[in-house]
Design a protein around this ligand. Structure first.
Ligand code: PEP
Ligand code: MG
Length: 352
């Protein structure tokens, strides 16, 4: 692997949401976290109740009260992750899924939740129905949640910055990189970024400690790729979320396409699964357009990928060839990603 690392240019980061996965990935050679899906921390049984209280809240005050219960848990998660990372970059992606994913589906569970939350069964059902969407993956998720509920971004920023300060005070270096999901317009990014900057400043002034943090975005909506020259002016980094970008570019649901993709292979329409191997002709083209536009306005922008393709050798070769800085993949894919990055670099040199 020393030989591999000498030959690769791409950095290899990991997608991890727990200290255990982070440690495993570092043992495999990961150079930091490229994607921490914070919602995975919300799903834990010990905290799901507070999350549900936040969702059924009838007004901002009630919502903030519930968020205040989540804050110490999220801050503790981040402190543990920063400690394991010991100075390596930590890309923290803000809440992404539609809120209905946090609510129970079975009637008996809804009934018991109504008792625990102290709300009537009828009003809980009403809230659950309110949150139902015909196309949840194109629904009220990603940065759209922060547009409706800015207090969620406020709480997550407080958790990131307070955790950074606490860990920094113990003499451990921290590199938080805050990542906003599902941005399609620069004004969405700016809206959330302003909340982050304001909240972070308040905390740093209050504690008298400065934290160097970055704010960037995922590029996973096709519109964001063609408007990357606008978006890059407000972002310090882009991470290509090629799971959603593939879904939205093909218009194939990432959860259901496997039901019919075999017919596409059989009839020679597609050669393989675009969710596993990056579609260079379509999705890849959008990534290339985005890179060119972003670099034109922001030559220092850091560009990476954190979709499943970040651990796939043929997609990694594409990432090398288009000049990305890093790929991020699940912990067990880190060694193969390092190897694929070196092979891509050697092949590119040989073909020159
Ligand atoms: C993506 O869309 O590629 C991504 C990494 O985000 P998620 O899979 O969490 O939607
Ligand atoms: Mg996504």
């Amino acid at each position: 692997m020393k030989c591999v690392d000498k030959n690769r240019r791409l950095k290899v980061m990991t997608n991890a949401d727990t200290p255990r996965d982070t440690l495993q990935a570092i043992k495999f050679g990961a150079e930091g976290i490229g994607l921490c899906r914070t919602e995975h921390m919300f799903f834990e049984s010990s905290r799901i109740l507070a999350v549900r209280q936040m969702i059924v809240a009838k007004n901002v005050e009630q919502r903030k009260k519930a968020l205040n219960k989540i804050l110490p848990m999220q801050r503790k998660d981040f402190e543990e992750m920063f400690t394991v990372l010991n100075g390596k970059p930590f890309t923290i992606r803000y809440l992404d899924p539609p809120l209905h994913e946090f609510l129970p589906k079975e009637d008996s569970d809804i009934r018991s939740l109504s008792k625990v939350l102290g709300v009537s069964y009828a009003s809980l059902i009403e809230r659950i129905n309110d949150l139902k969407e015909f196309n949840p993956m194109m629904g009220h998720r990603g940065c759209r949640l922060d547009v409706t509920y800015p207090e969620i971004a406020e709480m997550q920023t407080r958790a990131v910055i307070e955790a950074s300060i606490n860990v920094k005070n113990k003499g451990i270096r921290v590199h938080p990189e805050i990542m906003i999901p599902l941005v399609g317009d620069v004004k969405e990014l700016k809206f959330v970024k302003d909340i982050i900057i304001k909240t972070a400043k308040e905390i740093m002034d209050e504690k008298g400690v400065k934290v160097d943090y970055k704010v960037g975005t995922m590029i996973e909506v096709p519109r964001a790729t063609i408007l990357s020259d606008e978006i890059a002016q407000e972002a310090e980094f882009f991470s290509y979320g090629t799971n959603d970008l593939t879904q939205l570019t093909f218009g194939f649901s990432r959860d259901d396409a496997s039901k019919y993709l075999n017919d596409y292979y059989m009839r020679g329409i597609l050669e393989n699964d675009p969710f596993a191997h990056l579609d260079k002709n379509g999705v890849g083209k959008l990534v290339e357009i985005s890179i060119e536009k972003a670099k034109k306005v922001n030559k220092d922008i850091v560009l990476g990928i954190c979709g499943e393709h970040g651990g796939d050798p043929s997609s990694i070769e594409f990432c090398h060839n288009v000049g990305l800085t890093y790929v991020s993949c699940s912990p067990y894919r880190v060694p193969i990603a390092r190897l694929a990055a070196a092979q891509a670099s050697i092949r590119a040199k040989q073909s020159k």
